[in-house]
Ligand binder design. Sequence first.
Ligand SMILES: Cc1ncc(COP(=O)(O)O)c(C=O)c1O
Length: 414
Amino acid sequence: MDSKLAIFGGPKAIQIEQPHYMWPVISKETENAVLEQLHKTISIYDKSGIIDDVEKQLANYYKRKYALLINSGTMALYTMFVSAGLKKGDEVIVPVYNFPASVTPLFFIGAIPILCDAESVTGNIDPKAIEKKITKKTKAISVTHMWGIPCDMDEICEIAERHGLMLFEDFSHSHGAEFKGKLTGSFGNSAAASLQGQKILTGGEGGVFLTDDKEMYDKAILLGHYNKRALQEIEKDSPLYKFGVTGMGFKLRVHPLAAAIIHEQFPHLNEWLRQKRIFANLMNNFLKDMAGVETLDVPSYKKPSWYAYLFRYKSKELGGLEIEKFYKALKAEGCSEADIPKSTCPLNALPLFKNPNELFDGYKAPSPEQFPMAEDFYNNTIKLPVWTDSKDKVFVDLYLKTIEKVVINYRELL
Ligand SMILES: Cc1ncc(COP(=O)(O)O)c(C=O)c1O
């Protein structure tokens, strides 16, 4: 690669037109699946047809008794919290470094999110920090497998069990990720995930709720799948059955066209994961000894889904060059898909978490707190896509070579 940096007028390292990464994969088969569903029915009131097909696919894959499709990941998370019987004032320990919607539904219940710092390697919730946050009011721990890397589930499950707490998982980033051979989404009392357009498994919009607990499942149905479906699935002798016609009042059904997309995409999940793992391995090997870059040290018993590939930027190793300057230089070279995520961040910095009292009754502004590990991770990581098609190796190679080019020439940027 030419050594003159593009930011100073040199030729761009990547000359291929954008976009370099397109997701989801919309094939002829996806189009056909949508058209077929369009002509069958576009409103499904109960557990039947394409809804039932996808729910069975997901329940089987995740080895869960129940899978319920929901219209978004955010509402799947809300369903997870409501169906667990959380009440006003209950405390739920959540990762501070997180996507906001993983936690915000708690505000509609009056439950208190207790933000917890990250561990330094992956940015995931730190089991050691969890213990310190447990009080008499703690009812649950809710983890998010950030960017597709499983959390430390041995420690987290043990803590939940020892303290008699419920455990929830947000596996929006980690479809198909495994911890010691077990899929994320199958550890907790219940789990929720987004199936929105960027997710590895997607319907464009949508979400899924998983549990083995019939009572939680019935409550999840009552929350957003009233009348036909509630009367079909809740047992007649259940105390919840009498609410079947109205449910709890929401309607959270997924669109059948979204279900048709998920159904068509699902059989590709494992081949995408396989290719992502090959590319992530290649990226790790290329970057692991490079100055200024630290790859995330993931133990072999964790098999990430590689929703994204994050590396740590080590400014000190490049003469103190700020991450923003390094990032701008990458962008100027044509790394259009490199990203520094903004809204996935330490949640304590967001106005809603600083002042929930201004929007929700019954909340106090929490006292300011530092989350040094989460902040450090957030401020010093750069995100790349992980491609799913072997033909895209050209992009993987180009992006890696471009990072190398900027590292080699970093002095020009100081
Ligand atoms: C970790 C995580 N949780 C929850 C959500 C919310 O899902 P949705 O956008 O489907 O409502 C997202 C979406 O990006 C997410 O990344």
